[in-house]
Ligand binder design. Structure first.
Ligand SMILES: Cc1ncc(COP(=O)(O)O)c(C=O)c1O
Length: 404
Protein backbone atom coordinates (compact mmCIF):
# COMPACT_ATOMS: atom_id res chain seq x y z
CA UNK A 1 0.00 0.00 0.00
CA UNK A 2 1.16 3.51 -0.71
CA UNK A 3 0.38 5.01 2.66
CA UNK A 4 1.42 8.51 1.67
CA UNK A 5 -1.15 8.56 -1.14
CA UNK A 6 -3.78 7.87 1.53
CA UNK A 7 -2.97 10.96 3.56
CA UNK A 8 -5.76 13.50 3.96
CA UNK A 9 -5.34 16.70 1.97
CA UNK A 10 -4.48 18.66 5.10
CA UNK A 11 -1.86 16.09 6.17
CA UNK A 12 -0.31 15.97 2.71
CA UNK A 13 0.04 19.75 2.50
CA UNK A 14 0.89 20.38 6.18
CA UNK A 15 4.07 22.42 6.65
CA UNK A 16 6.60 21.23 9.18
CA UNK A 17 8.17 23.66 11.60
CA UNK A 18 11.10 25.03 9.61
CA UNK A 19 12.61 26.25 12.86
CA UNK A 20 13.08 22.73 14.19
CA UNK A 21 14.70 21.72 10.88
CA UNK A 22 17.07 24.69 11.04
CA UNK A 23 18.02 23.95 14.64
CA UNK A 24 18.60 20.30 13.67
CA UNK A 25 20.92 21.42 10.84
CA UNK A 26 23.32 22.92 13.38
CA UNK A 27 23.12 20.04 15.86
CA UNK A 28 26.49 18.41 16.46
CA UNK A 29 28.56 21.48 15.49
CA UNK A 30 31.21 21.53 18.21
CA UNK A 31 31.55 24.89 19.99
CA UNK A 32 28.38 26.28 18.38
CA UNK A 33 26.99 29.44 19.98
CA UNK A 34 23.25 29.06 19.53
CA UNK A 35 20.87 32.01 19.57
CA UNK A 36 18.37 29.83 17.72
CA UNK A 37 16.46 27.96 20.41
CA UNK A 38 13.33 28.99 22.23
CA UNK A 39 13.71 26.73 25.24
CA UNK A 40 13.59 28.10 28.78
CA UNK A 41 16.75 27.47 30.79
CA UNK A 42 16.51 24.14 32.64
CA UNK A 43 18.17 25.93 35.57
CA UNK A 44 14.85 27.72 36.11
CA UNK A 45 12.82 24.53 36.63
CA UNK A 46 11.76 24.02 40.29
CA UNK A 47 12.88 20.39 40.19
CA UNK A 48 13.10 19.68 43.92
CA UNK A 49 9.77 21.30 44.83
CA UNK A 50 7.96 19.55 41.99
CA UNK A 51 9.51 16.20 42.90
CA UNK A 52 8.10 16.54 46.42
CA UNK A 53 4.71 17.76 45.22
CA UNK A 54 4.28 15.00 42.61
CA UNK A 55 5.08 12.53 45.35
CA UNK A 56 2.52 14.12 47.65
CA UNK A 57 -0.13 14.18 44.89
CA UNK A 58 0.21 10.47 44.18
CA UNK A 59 0.52 9.64 47.87
CA UNK A 60 -2.50 11.57 49.11
CA UNK A 61 -4.79 11.82 46.04
CA UNK A 62 -3.56 8.79 44.05
CA UNK A 63 -6.84 6.88 43.73
CA UNK A 64 -8.69 10.00 42.64
CA UNK A 65 -6.00 11.54 40.46
CA UNK A 66 -4.98 8.41 38.53
CA UNK A 67 -8.60 8.01 37.35
CA UNK A 68 -10.00 9.67 34.17
CA UNK A 69 -10.67 13.26 35.10
CA UNK A 70 -13.23 15.95 34.24
CA UNK A 71 -12.60 17.16 30.68
CA UNK A 72 -12.61 20.82 31.58
CA UNK A 73 -9.74 20.37 34.02
CA UNK A 74 -9.02 20.08 37.72
CA UNK A 75 -11.34 22.22 39.85
CA UNK A 76 -8.65 22.49 42.49
CA UNK A 77 -6.36 24.11 39.87
CA UNK A 78 -9.15 26.42 38.69
CA UNK A 79 -9.58 27.70 42.24
CA UNK A 80 -5.85 28.41 42.51
CA UNK A 81 -5.80 30.12 39.09
CA UNK A 82 -8.67 32.44 40.11
CA UNK A 83 -6.80 33.43 43.28
CA UNK A 84 -3.48 33.89 41.46
CA UNK A 85 -5.07 35.89 38.64
CA UNK A 86 -6.87 38.06 41.27
CA UNK A 87 -9.99 37.87 39.10
CA UNK A 88 -12.83 37.03 41.44
CA UNK A 89 -15.29 37.62 38.59
CA UNK A 90 -14.00 34.51 36.78
CA UNK A 91 -16.49 31.63 36.79
CA UNK A 92 -15.35 28.02 36.59
CA UNK A 93 -17.05 27.59 33.23
CA UNK A 94 -14.93 30.43 31.82
CA UNK A 95 -11.72 28.46 32.46
CA UNK A 96 -10.43 25.44 30.57
CA UNK A 97 -7.24 23.67 31.60
CA UNK A 98 -5.28 22.38 28.60
CA UNK A 99 -2.12 20.41 27.80
CA UNK A 100 0.00 23.45 26.94
CA UNK A 101 -0.92 26.63 25.09
CA UNK A 102 -0.54 24.85 21.74
CA UNK A 103 -3.33 22.47 22.76
CA UNK A 104 -5.67 25.33 23.77
CA UNK A 105 -4.96 27.22 20.55
CA UNK A 106 -5.84 24.06 18.59
CA UNK A 107 -9.28 23.73 20.25
CA UNK A 108 -9.97 27.44 19.74
CA UNK A 109 -9.06 27.12 16.06
CA UNK A 110 -11.16 23.97 15.57
CA UNK A 111 -14.09 25.72 17.26
CA UNK A 112 -14.03 28.67 14.87
CA UNK A 113 -12.29 28.03 11.58
CA UNK A 114 -13.87 26.89 8.33
CA UNK A 115 -11.46 26.41 5.40
CA UNK A 116 -10.89 29.80 3.80
CA UNK A 117 -11.64 31.86 6.92
CA UNK A 118 -9.05 34.51 7.67
CA UNK A 119 -6.92 34.75 10.80
CA UNK A 120 -4.94 37.96 11.20
CA UNK A 121 -1.67 37.90 13.08
CA UNK A 122 1.28 40.08 13.90
CA UNK A 123 3.95 39.95 11.21
CA UNK A 124 6.28 38.39 12.29
CA UNK A 125 4.69 35.88 14.68
CA UNK A 126 5.22 32.46 16.32
CA UNK A 127 5.65 30.03 13.43
CA UNK A 128 4.29 26.88 15.08
CA UNK A 129 0.92 28.52 15.63
CA UNK A 130 0.80 29.97 12.11
CA UNK A 131 1.51 26.53 10.65
CA UNK A 132 -1.29 25.05 12.79
CA UNK A 133 -3.71 27.76 11.57
CA UNK A 134 -2.79 27.00 7.96
CA UNK A 135 -3.22 23.26 8.57
CA UNK A 136 -6.79 24.01 9.74
CA UNK A 137 -7.44 25.60 6.34
CA UNK A 138 -7.24 29.22 7.43
CA UNK A 139 -5.80 31.99 5.32
CA UNK A 140 -3.31 33.67 7.65
CA UNK A 141 -2.67 37.36 6.94
CA UNK A 142 0.06 39.27 8.80
CA UNK A 143 -0.12 42.90 9.90
CA UNK A 144 3.20 44.63 10.54
CA UNK A 145 4.36 45.75 13.99
CA UNK A 146 6.07 48.78 15.46
CA UNK A 147 7.61 49.23 18.91
CA UNK A 148 4.12 49.38 20.50
CA UNK A 149 2.71 46.23 18.91
CA UNK A 150 0.44 45.59 15.94
CA UNK A 151 0.20 48.51 13.53
CA UNK A 152 -3.35 49.86 13.88
CA UNK A 153 -3.52 51.91 10.66
CA UNK A 154 -2.43 48.88 8.66
CA UNK A 155 -4.85 46.66 10.59
CA UNK A 156 -7.76 48.96 9.61
CA UNK A 157 -6.67 48.83 5.97
CA UNK A 158 -6.28 45.04 5.94
CA UNK A 159 -9.70 44.53 7.55
CA UNK A 160 -11.34 46.89 5.03
CA UNK A 161 -9.65 45.14 2.09
CA UNK A 162 -10.56 41.63 3.25
CA UNK A 163 -14.16 42.67 3.94
CA UNK A 164 -14.38 44.18 0.45
CA UNK A 165 -13.29 40.77 -0.86
CA UNK A 166 -16.13 39.16 1.17
CA UNK A 167 -13.67 37.24 3.32
CA UNK A 168 -14.65 36.15 6.83
CA UNK A 169 -12.13 37.32 9.41
CA UNK A 170 -12.63 35.17 12.50
CA UNK A 171 -9.90 36.33 14.85
CA UNK A 172 -6.67 38.21 15.41
CA UNK A 173 -3.87 36.17 16.97
CA UNK A 174 -1.62 38.31 19.15
CA UNK A 175 1.24 37.79 21.62
CA UNK A 176 1.12 41.10 23.52
CA UNK A 177 3.91 40.48 26.05
CA UNK A 178 7.55 39.97 25.00
CA UNK A 179 6.35 38.72 21.66
CA UNK A 180 7.90 35.73 19.97
CA UNK A 181 9.91 36.52 17.87
CA UNK A 182 10.41 40.29 18.33
CA UNK A 183 10.47 40.73 22.12
CA UNK A 184 8.08 43.71 21.72
CA UNK A 185 5.41 44.38 24.36
CA UNK A 186 2.16 45.99 23.26
CA UNK A 187 1.57 49.37 24.90
CA UNK A 188 -1.54 49.94 27.05
CA UNK A 189 -2.94 52.44 24.54
CA UNK A 190 -2.46 49.94 21.70
CA UNK A 191 -4.26 47.26 23.71
CA UNK A 192 -7.28 49.56 24.10
CA UNK A 193 -7.19 50.47 20.40
CA UNK A 194 -7.01 46.82 19.39
CA UNK A 195 -9.94 45.82 21.60
CA UNK A 196 -12.08 48.71 20.30
CA UNK A 197 -11.30 47.75 16.69
CA UNK A 198 -12.07 44.10 17.37
CA UNK A 199 -15.41 44.95 19.01
CA UNK A 200 -16.30 47.37 16.19
CA UNK A 201 -15.75 44.70 13.51
CA UNK A 202 -17.01 41.68 15.54
CA UNK A 203 -13.62 40.00 15.24
CA UNK A 204 -12.34 37.94 18.17
CA UNK A 205 -8.90 38.35 19.75
CA UNK A 206 -6.74 35.38 20.73
CA UNK A 207 -4.20 36.52 23.32
CA UNK A 208 -1.30 34.06 23.58
CA UNK A 209 0.60 34.71 26.80
CA UNK A 210 3.54 32.45 27.62
CA UNK A 211 5.95 35.26 28.52
CA UNK A 212 4.26 38.03 30.56
CA UNK A 213 5.78 36.75 33.84
CA UNK A 214 9.30 37.03 32.39
CA UNK A 215 9.55 40.79 33.01
CA UNK A 216 12.96 41.97 34.22
CA UNK A 217 12.30 45.72 34.31
CA UNK A 218 9.47 48.23 33.86
CA UNK A 219 5.84 47.86 34.89
CA UNK A 220 3.40 45.05 34.10
CA UNK A 221 0.79 46.01 31.53
CA UNK A 222 -2.80 44.85 31.96
CA UNK A 223 -3.66 41.85 29.75
CA UNK A 224 -6.05 42.23 26.83
CA UNK A 225 -8.38 39.80 28.64
CA UNK A 226 -8.43 41.89 31.82
CA UNK A 227 -8.94 45.14 29.90
CA UNK A 228 -11.87 43.70 27.93
CA UNK A 229 -13.54 42.27 31.04
CA UNK A 230 -12.84 45.09 33.48
CA UNK A 231 -12.83 48.23 31.33
CA UNK A 232 -15.30 47.25 28.58
CA UNK A 233 -17.44 44.69 30.49
CA UNK A 234 -16.94 42.41 27.52
CA UNK A 235 -16.39 38.69 28.19
CA UNK A 236 -16.60 37.66 24.54
CA UNK A 237 -14.02 39.55 22.54
CA UNK A 238 -10.79 38.24 24.12
CA UNK A 239 -9.81 34.64 24.66
CA UNK A 240 -6.56 34.34 26.62
CA UNK A 241 -4.24 31.34 26.61
CA UNK A 242 -1.77 31.31 29.50
CA UNK A 243 0.95 28.72 29.86
CA UNK A 244 3.12 27.46 32.70
CA UNK A 245 5.71 26.23 30.15
CA UNK A 246 8.15 29.11 30.54
CA UNK A 247 7.65 29.38 34.30
CA UNK A 248 7.65 25.78 35.57
CA UNK A 249 8.80 23.77 32.55
CA UNK A 250 7.25 22.90 29.17
CA UNK A 251 7.40 19.16 29.95
CA UNK A 252 4.55 19.61 32.45
CA UNK A 253 2.16 20.49 29.60
CA UNK A 254 -0.12 22.64 31.75
CA UNK A 255 -1.78 25.82 30.49
CA UNK A 256 -5.23 27.38 30.72
CA UNK A 257 -7.71 29.23 28.59
CA UNK A 258 -9.91 32.10 29.79
CA UNK A 259 -12.87 32.65 27.49
CA UNK A 260 -16.59 33.18 27.27
CA UNK A 261 -18.43 30.02 28.27
CA UNK A 262 -19.96 29.80 24.79
CA UNK A 263 -16.44 29.26 23.48
CA UNK A 264 -15.25 27.08 26.36
CA UNK A 265 -18.11 24.62 25.80
CA UNK A 266 -17.19 23.62 22.21
CA UNK A 267 -13.51 23.68 23.15
CA UNK A 268 -14.30 21.04 25.81
CA UNK A 269 -16.07 19.00 23.12
CA UNK A 270 -12.90 19.16 20.99
CA UNK A 271 -10.77 18.22 23.99
CA UNK A 272 -12.94 15.16 24.55
CA UNK A 273 -12.28 14.06 20.95
CA UNK A 274 -8.53 14.55 21.24
CA UNK A 275 -7.36 13.59 24.74
CA UNK A 276 -10.51 12.24 26.48
CA UNK A 277 -9.17 13.10 29.93
CA UNK A 278 -6.79 15.82 31.02
CA UNK A 279 -3.40 15.19 32.60
CA UNK A 280 -4.88 15.00 36.11
CA UNK A 281 -1.58 14.36 37.88
CA UNK A 282 0.28 17.34 36.43
CA UNK A 283 -2.72 19.64 36.89
CA UNK A 284 -3.06 18.73 40.58
CA UNK A 285 0.68 19.12 41.09
CA UNK A 286 0.61 22.65 39.64
CA UNK A 287 -2.44 23.40 41.81
CA UNK A 288 -0.61 22.31 44.97
CA UNK A 289 2.47 24.26 43.93
CA UNK A 290 0.24 27.34 43.74
CA UNK A 291 -1.64 26.50 46.95
CA UNK A 292 1.67 26.33 48.80
CA UNK A 293 2.38 29.92 47.63
CA UNK A 294 5.44 28.82 45.72
CA UNK A 295 4.57 30.32 42.34
CA UNK A 296 5.20 34.03 42.91
CA UNK A 297 8.54 33.56 44.74
CA UNK A 298 9.62 31.22 41.95
CA UNK A 299 8.68 33.78 39.29
CA UNK A 300 10.75 36.41 41.14
CA UNK A 301 13.65 33.97 41.15
CA UNK A 302 13.53 33.31 37.42
CA UNK A 303 13.17 37.02 36.67
CA UNK A 304 16.42 37.59 38.60
CA UNK A 305 17.99 34.63 36.80
CA UNK A 306 17.20 35.89 33.28
CA UNK A 307 17.75 39.63 33.79
CA UNK A 308 21.57 39.50 33.35
CA UNK A 309 21.16 37.53 30.11
CA UNK A 310 18.94 40.23 28.64
CA UNK A 311 21.34 42.95 29.81
CA UNK A 312 24.29 41.04 28.30
CA UNK A 313 22.43 40.78 24.98
CA UNK A 314 21.47 44.48 24.93
CA UNK A 315 25.00 45.56 25.89
CA UNK A 316 26.58 43.33 23.24
CA UNK A 317 24.21 44.60 20.54
CA UNK A 318 25.01 48.20 21.49
CA UNK A 319 28.74 47.46 21.42
CA UNK A 320 29.08 45.33 18.29
CA UNK A 321 26.23 45.86 15.84
CA UNK A 322 26.66 48.20 12.88
CA UNK A 323 24.49 51.32 13.16
CA UNK A 324 22.32 50.18 10.23
CA UNK A 325 20.98 47.27 12.31
CA UNK A 326 17.97 48.14 14.53
CA UNK A 327 16.23 46.40 17.42
CA UNK A 328 13.30 47.28 19.72
CA UNK A 329 13.57 48.28 23.37
CA UNK A 330 12.72 45.19 25.39
CA UNK A 331 12.08 44.66 29.10
CA UNK A 332 11.80 40.88 29.34
CA UNK A 333 11.11 37.61 27.58
CA UNK A 334 13.75 35.50 25.89
CA UNK A 335 14.00 36.96 22.36
CA UNK A 336 15.09 40.05 20.49
CA UNK A 337 14.51 40.88 16.82
CA UNK A 338 17.12 42.54 14.63
CA UNK A 339 16.18 44.39 11.46
CA UNK A 340 18.97 44.78 8.90
CA UNK A 341 19.07 46.94 5.77
CA UNK A 342 16.75 45.62 3.01
CA UNK A 343 19.56 44.13 0.90
CA UNK A 344 20.73 41.77 3.68
CA UNK A 345 19.19 38.33 3.26
CA UNK A 346 19.33 36.61 6.64
CA UNK A 347 18.74 33.14 5.13
CA UNK A 348 22.17 33.66 3.49
CA UNK A 349 23.55 35.23 6.66
CA UNK A 350 22.49 32.07 8.52
CA UNK A 351 24.71 29.88 6.29
CA UNK A 352 27.70 32.22 6.69
CA UNK A 353 27.20 32.44 10.46
CA UNK A 354 26.97 28.65 10.67
CA UNK A 355 30.49 28.43 9.24
CA UNK A 356 31.56 30.67 12.15
CA UNK A 357 29.69 28.41 14.58
CA UNK A 358 26.94 30.90 15.32
CA UNK A 359 23.26 30.16 14.82
CA UNK A 360 20.04 32.18 15.00
CA UNK A 361 16.66 31.96 13.28
CA UNK A 362 16.30 33.94 10.04
CA UNK A 363 13.30 36.28 10.07
CA UNK A 364 11.67 34.68 7.02
CA UNK A 365 10.64 31.74 9.21
CA UNK A 366 8.16 33.82 11.20
CA UNK A 367 5.71 34.79 8.47
CA UNK A 368 2.69 33.02 7.01
CA UNK A 369 3.15 31.39 3.58
CA UNK A 370 3.73 33.91 0.76
CA UNK A 371 4.29 36.82 3.18
CA UNK A 372 7.97 36.12 4.01
CA UNK A 373 10.44 38.97 4.56
CA UNK A 374 14.17 38.41 4.52
CA UNK A 375 16.12 41.19 6.25
CA UNK A 376 15.53 40.36 9.92
CA UNK A 377 16.47 37.70 12.45
CA UNK A 378 15.60 36.44 15.93
CA UNK A 379 18.15 36.07 18.69
CA UNK A 380 17.41 34.06 21.84
CA UNK A 381 19.21 34.97 25.06
CA UNK A 382 17.93 32.37 27.54
CA UNK A 383 20.07 29.49 26.28
CA UNK A 384 23.66 30.73 25.61
CA UNK A 385 25.95 31.69 28.49
CA UNK A 386 26.73 35.36 29.14
CA UNK A 387 30.25 34.89 27.69
CA UNK A 388 28.76 33.23 24.60
CA UNK A 389 26.32 36.11 24.17
CA UNK A 390 29.21 38.60 24.06
CA UNK A 391 31.40 36.50 21.75
CA UNK A 392 28.52 35.43 19.48
CA UNK A 393 27.06 38.92 19.02
CA UNK A 394 30.57 40.27 18.31
CA UNK A 395 31.11 37.66 15.57
CA UNK A 396 27.65 38.31 14.12
CA UNK A 397 28.22 42.08 14.25
CA UNK A 398 31.54 41.70 12.39
CA UNK A 399 29.89 39.50 9.77
CA UNK A 400 27.06 42.01 9.28
CA UNK A 401 29.54 44.91 9.02
CA UNK A 402 31.38 43.07 6.26
CA UNK A 403 28.12 42.46 4.38
CA UNK A 404 26.69 45.98 4.83
C1 LIG B 1 4.12 32.54 21.53
C2 LIG B 1 4.12 31.12 21.97
N1 LIG B 1 2.96 30.48 22.13
C3 LIG B 1 2.91 29.20 22.56
C4 LIG B 1 4.06 28.50 22.82
C5 LIG B 1 3.95 27.06 23.26
O1 LIG B 1 3.58 26.99 24.57
P1 LIG B 1 3.18 25.61 25.28
O2 LIG B 1 4.46 24.94 25.67
O3 LIG B 1 2.36 26.02 26.44
O4 LIG B 1 2.41 24.80 24.28
C6 LIG B 1 5.30 29.12 22.67
C7 LIG B 1 6.53 28.37 22.94
O5 LIG B 1 7.61 28.69 22.54
C8 LIG B 1 5.33 30.46 22.23
O6 LIG B 1 6.49 31.12 22.05
Amino acid sequence: MNLKSMYSKSTATMKSSLIRELVASTKGIKGLISFAGGFPSPQTFPVQDLAEIFNEVIDSDGCDILQYGASEGDNFLKTEIKKWEKKDYLADDEILIVDGATNGIYYFTQTLINPGDVILCEGPSFLDTLVAFEAAGAEVVPVSMDDEGINMAELDEVIAKLKAENKTIKFIYTIPDFQNPTGVTMSLQRRHDLIKTAIKHSILLLEDDPYSQLRYKGENIKSLYAIAREDYQNSQVVTAVKSFSKILGPGLRVAYVLADKELIQPMISWLQKVIVSPNCVAERAVAKYMRDDKLNPHIEKIQKFYAPYMEAMLNALEKYMPKEVKWPEIEGGIFIWLTCPEHINTDELFEKAKEMKISFIPGSKFYPTNHERFNSLRLNFSYPSIEQIDAGVKALGDLLKSMI
